[in-house]
Design a protein around this ligand. Structure first.
Ligand code: 5GP
Ligand code: MN
Length: 321
């Protein structure tokens, strides 16, 4: 953390980015970080490869997020909530580094420590939880703007403080963020009780075609489904949680056909079953209970490969129900 503070203090113009297929922790950490640095008088550009989802567009500063690359004047590059460099997508590629320092801030256990300086804390339930400590280390007082962005990541990555990754620290941070002016119920409402009609139709299809196969409950989404129902690809994430709620499922998986033809794999597991080794074997990453990978097409081959890995994992794991 000390090296990170020094890098930030020495910077004038900062370029910050978060991961493709963004979630609440990606957007919350990106915006929270930018607001913290602006308190220090820094100029900050915020970038995401994809347009901001309607779910997060109300967050303060979300309108300033664009799919832009760093300018030659930026003297510090920052990666937030990404376990691998290539998860930043098109906004930051190796050619963009140009000898500049890259500050990497993340909480994924599979993180490859790709930064010049790495702030990696796999015990943190969200990247936003780490940024709370960073704000303290930088002596930046929390205001309602910073607190709202950070609490969004804290709440969404813990699914409302329900995941095994949630610790007393997550709750302490949330408490401090509420004291600083963040509205917990409003954040929960937008994150968990808000959907579009088209997306609920997609959910119905995904549930209709789910298959339980020896402890693995899986389903899939094709580009045809998305076109037929009018759901943008970016809105098709987050369905795997429904499958994982099933008692008989030890692992839940959703295969999604991406716009570039590749297959996005979203996996969830019950406590006691770690997906980290399977995710790494598939060239992906994530957390013990929530991991993913991106595989080449076709869908059937990707699915067979993942299901084989998961059955191998389950054959070697005993879990008390
Ligand atoms: P989700 O299923 O919500 O898309 O992702 C669950 C977790 O797995 C997240 O922490 C995410 O960062 C990670 N993840 C998902 N897809 C990939 C991938 O293709 N590569 C890597 N490295 N991590 C992924
Ligand atoms: Mn995260």
């Amino acid at each position: 953390m000390r090296d990170a503070v020094q890098l930030i203090q020495n910077a004038r113009r900062v370029f910050a980015a978060s991961h493709i297929d963004h979630d609440g922790d990606a957007v919350g950490s990106l915006l929270g970080f930018a607001h913290i640095l602006r308190q220090l008088g820094k100029t900050v550009t915020v970038a995401l490869a994809d347009p901001v989802s309607w779910r997060f567009e109300h967050l303060p500063g979300a309108e300033k997020i664009h799919a832009v690359k760093p300018s030659p004047d930026d003297d510090l590059l920052v990666s937030l909530d990404a376990s691998e460099f290539n998860r930043l997508g098109a906004v930051l590629t190796p050619n963009d580094l140009a000898g500049r320092p890259l500050l990497m801030i993340d909480h994924h256990i599979t993180n490859s420590r790709f930064g010049t300086v790495n702030v990696l804390d796999p015990t943190a339930a969200s990247t936003c939880e780490i940024l709370y400590s960073l704000a303290q280390a930088l002596d930046v007082p929390l205001d309602p703007t910073i607190a709202t962005c950070l609490l969004t990541g804290v709440v969404t990555d813990t699914l409302g403080f329900r995941t095994t990754s949630t610790t007393p620290r997550s709750l302490e941070v949330a408490q401090a963020l509420m004291h600083a002016g963040a509205n917990l119920s409003e954040i929960c409402q937008r994150a968990f009780n808000s959907d579009t009609y088209a997306r609920l139709c997609l959910t119905a299809d995904v549930l209709h075609r789910m298959t339980l196969d020896e402890g693995v409950l899986w389903s899939q989404v094709t580009l045809d489904d998305l076109r037929r129902l009018g759901v943008p690809y970016a809105e098709s994430a987050g369905l795997v949680g429904y499958l994982n709620s099933v008692r008989e499922a030890r692992v839940a998986v959703i295969f999604r056909e991406n716009e570039d033809g590749r297959i996005d794999v979203s996996m969830r597991s019950k406590p006691g079953i770690s997906l980290a080794s399977v995710a790494l074997a598939l060239g992906g990453g994530g957390h013990p209970q929530a991991a993913g990978a991106t595989l080449p097409p076709p869908m059937n081959a990707a699915r067979e490969r993942v299901l084989a890995e998961l059955h191998k994992l389950l054959a070697g794991t005993t879990v008390s129900a």
